[in-house]
Ligand binder design. Structure first.
Ligand SMILES: Nc1ncnc2c1ncn2[C@@H]1O[C@H](COP(=O)(O)OP(=O)(O)OP(=O)(O)O)[C@@H](O)[C@H]1O
Ligand SMILES: O=P(O)(O)OC[C@H]1O[C@H](OP(=O)(O)OP(=O)(O)O)[C@H](O)[C@@H]1O
Ligand SMILES: O=C(O)c1cccnc1
Length: 504
C-alpha cells in the first residue's frame, strides 16, 4: 500500500505504511530531469520510447541471476507524482523553466512494462524488463528502476548461490547490522528470501514483508550473567520452545557444549527440547563434527547446529566438503551487501531501443556493449525433460517461436553462431505487468517467488549453478535481430565519416 502523494512526509505514527522516502520522484539523477526539461522544451517528450533493462555479466562470475525487486519497482512507478515539495525543491535549483515545472505536476507514468516474473532465473544480454512509454516518462524512471532491480537481483542471486551449495541445509539472513543503510537492510531481507533464504533476523522486514523472523542470542547475553550456565538456563526458561544457545563466548568445546547439554537435559525434564546450538568462531567444520558427536551421544540427535561468522557460498561449500555437520547457515555481511568477487553491485543498464517507431542503439568500440535496437521479444526453450535449455532474443514482430535449424548468434560476439536444435519447446517467459500506468498482474506472495526461483534453479542445465567456471547458459540473438542490428550499425557507421564509434 502506497500513499499517492510522494510529498507527504513520513509521520511518526508507528505505522510502516507511510510513503517511504524512496518513493519520491526525486530519487533520480539530475541528468534525467535535465533531459526531461529538454525533451519537453523541444516538444519531444510525448514521443513513444522503448527502453530495455538488462545486464551484461552475471554477478559473482556465476552463470545466472535471480530476478528480484520487480514488485517494489512497479509500486514506485505506479504511484509516482511530482507534489508541491518536489516541485518547490526543483524550483530552488534555478535550473528549470517555470512552465516545465508546472508541466511536471501533470507527469504520470502512463506506459506499459513487460518483464520476467519476479523470482525467474535470468541471464546476461536478454531484456529483462521493457518500458514502452512517452519519452519523458520512460526516461525519468531509469534511476529508480536500476537502483531497485540491480540491488535486489544481486542479493537474491547471492542467496541462491548459498542455497545451491548448502546441501539441503537452511540458509538464514542475519545481515541488517552490516547492510548499506536501513533500506539496504530491508530490501536485502526481501531479496534474500526470494533467492531462497528461509528466514531473516530483521524484524522490520518481518513486519513489512511477512517474512519468517528468527534469532538466537548474542555473546552479550552470556557476558551479562555471572556464568555461562546461568545465562543458558535463563534464556531457556524464557523461550523453552525456541532456544538456540551460542556456544563460543567462553570456549566452544570446554564450556559452551557441556553447558548446552546440561540445559538440553533440563528442558527435556520439563517436556521440551533444545532447538539448536550456534557456532560463531573457530574451525566450523571441526567444531560441528565434535558438537554433533556429543549431542548424538547424549541422546539429542534432533538438536540442530547453526554456523555463523562471515559465511559466504564459498565458505559453505568448503565446510560441506570438509564433512561439517551443520544444519543451518546464518549469513550476514556477504549476503546483504552482495559481497565477494564479482559482486558489490550488479551492472544492469537501461537503454533506448526505439523512438517514435524508429530503432535506436548505442554503438561502441566494444561489441559486448553495443545495445540491441528495436522492440524485442524473449523466447525461452525447455528440453523434453523440462530443463531450461536456451533463450533467444528476437525482433518484437516475430510471432512464431524460433525454428529448428535457425542460425542464431552470441549477443556479445556475432561471429559465434549456432543452429537451434530440434526437440525444444518454446514459450514467452515475459509478461505485461503494467498497462496504461496501472499494474495488470496481482502482487505475488514472496513464498511463490521463492518457489519459482528454486524451481527454475533446479531446472538449469548441469553445471550452470557451479560456483567456479560455470556452464554458460545459451542466450542468442535470432537471425532477424542480428541482421537488423548489423544493418543499423552500417547505417550509423556510414553517417560517422572517419570516426570509429558513436551513439545514435
Ligand atoms: N573449516 C573451515 N573451512 C573454511 N572456512 C572456515 C572454516 N571455519 C571457519 N571458516 C571461515 O573462516 C573465516 C575466518 O574465520 P576465523 O577463524 O578468522 O574466525 P575466528 O577468528 O575464529 O572468529 P572471530 O574473528 O569471529 O573471533 C570465516 O569466514 C569463517 O566462516
Ligand atoms: O558474520 P556475518 O555473516 O556478517 O553474520 C552476522 C554476524 O553478526 C554477529 O556478529 P557480531 O556483530 O556480534 O560480531 P562478531 O561475532 O564478528 O564479533 C553474528 O555473531 C554473526 O557472526
Ligand atoms: O539472532 C542471532 O543470533 C543474530 C542475528 C543477527 C546477527 N547475528 C546474530
Amino acid at each position: 500500500m502506497v500513499v499517492p502523494d510522494s510529498d507527504v512526509p513520513p509521520q511518526h505514527t508507528g505505522s510502516v505504511q507511510q510513503t517511504p522516502v524512496h518513493l519520491s520522484p526525486l530519487l533520480t539523477d539530475l541528468y534525467q530531469l535535465s533531459m526531461l526539461h529538454g525533451y519537453w522544451h523541444h516538444g519531444m517528450h510525448q514521443q513513444q520510447a522503448v527502453f530495455d533493462l538488462y545486464f551484461r555479466r552475471s554477478p559473482y562470475g556465476g552463470g545466472y541471476a535471480v530476478w528480484a525487486g520487480l514488485e517494489n519497482a512497479l509500486e514506485y512507478v505506479e504511484q509516482l507524482r511530482f507534489g508541491t515539495d518536489a516541485v518547490r525543491y526543483l524550483e530552488s535549483l534555478n535550473l528549470f523553466d517555470a512552465a516545465f515545472l508546472e508541466a511536471l505536476r501533470g507527469w504520470r507514468f502512463s506506459g506499459r512494462i513487460e518483464s520476467f516474473p519476479e523470482g525467474s532465473v535470468v541471464f546476461a544480454h536478454e531484456p529483462l524488463l521493457t518500458v514502452t512509454a512517452p519519452l519523458w516518462e520512460a526516461q525519468l524512471i531509469e534511476t529508480a528502476l536500476l537502483n531497485t532491480l540491480n540491488f535486489q537481483t544481486l542479493v537474491a542471486t547471492k542467496a541462491a548461490r548459498c542455497v545451491s551449495v548448502a546441501g539441503g541445509g537452511s540458509v538464514i539472513e542475519f545481515g541488517a547490522r552490516r547492510a548499506q543503510g536501513p533500506d539496504g537492510a530491508l530490501s536485502a531481507s526481501r531479496a534474500a528470501f526470494i533467492g531462497g533464504a528461509a528466514a531473516t533476523s530483521n524484524v522490520l522486514a518481518g513486519q513489512r514483508y511477512g517474512l519468517p523472523v528468527v534469532g538466537t542470542h548474542a555473546h552479550a547475553w552470556v557476558e551479562s550473567f555471572p556464568d555461562e550456565l546461568t545465562a543458558f538456563r535463563a534464556y531457556a526458561e524464557l523461550h523453552p520452545a525456541s532456544t538456540t544457545l551460542l556456544l563460543d563466548t567462553v570456549n566452544t568445546l570446554a564450556s559452551g557444549l557441556p553447558n548446552a547439554l546440561t540445559v538440553a537435559q533440563e528442558l527435556r525434564g520439563r517436556g521440551t527440547e533444545l532447538r539448536a546450538v550456534r557456532l560463531d568462531s573457530g574451525d566450523l567444520a571441526y567444531l560441528s563434527r565434535r558438537v554433533r558427536a556429543a549431542l548424538d551421544a547424549a541422546g539429542f540427535p534432533d538438536v540442530k547446529i547453526m554456523a555463523s561468522n562471515d559465511l559466504s557460498e564459498n565458505v559453505i561449500q568448503s565446510l560441506i566438503s570438509e564433512g561439517a555437520r551443520l544444519d543451518i547457515y546464518a549469513v550476514g555481511t556477504q549476503l546483504v551487501t552482495g559481497g565477494g568477487e564479482g559482486g558489490g553491485a550488479l551492472g544492469g543498464v537501461y537503454k533506448l531501443a526505439e523512438l517514435d517507431g524508429q530503432p535506436r542503439m548505442k554503438l561502441t568500440g566494444d561489441p559486448a556493449k553495443t545495445s540491441l535496437p528495436g522492440r524485442k521479444r524473449v523466447w525461452r526453450a525447455h528440453s523434453s525433460h523440462q530443463q531450461l535449455a536456451w533463450d533467444v532474443v528476437s525482433l518484437g514482430s516475430q510471432e512464431e517461436p524460433p525454428s529448428v535449424g535457425e542460425r542464431v548468434s552470441d549477443p556479445a560476439n556475432p561471429l559465434r553462431r549456432s543452429r537451434l536444435p530440434a526437440g525444444l519447446s518454446w514459450e514467452n517467459p515475459r509478461q505485461t505487468v503494467m498497462e496504461a500506468g496501472r499494474r495488470v498482474t496481482a502482487p505475488e506472495a514472496l513464498e511463490d517467488l521463492q518457489r519459482r526461483a528454486r524451481g527454475e534453479c533446479s531446472r538449469l542445465p548441469e553445471g550452470t549453478l557451479r560456483l567456479l567456471n560455470p556452464h554458460t547458459y545459451r542466450v542468442s540473438l535470432s537471425a532477424d535481430l542480428q541482421t537488423a542490428r548489423e544493418q543499423l550499425i552500417s547505417r550509423l557507421e556510414d553517417g560517422l565519416g572517419d570516426t570509429d564509434s558513436g551513439t545514435a
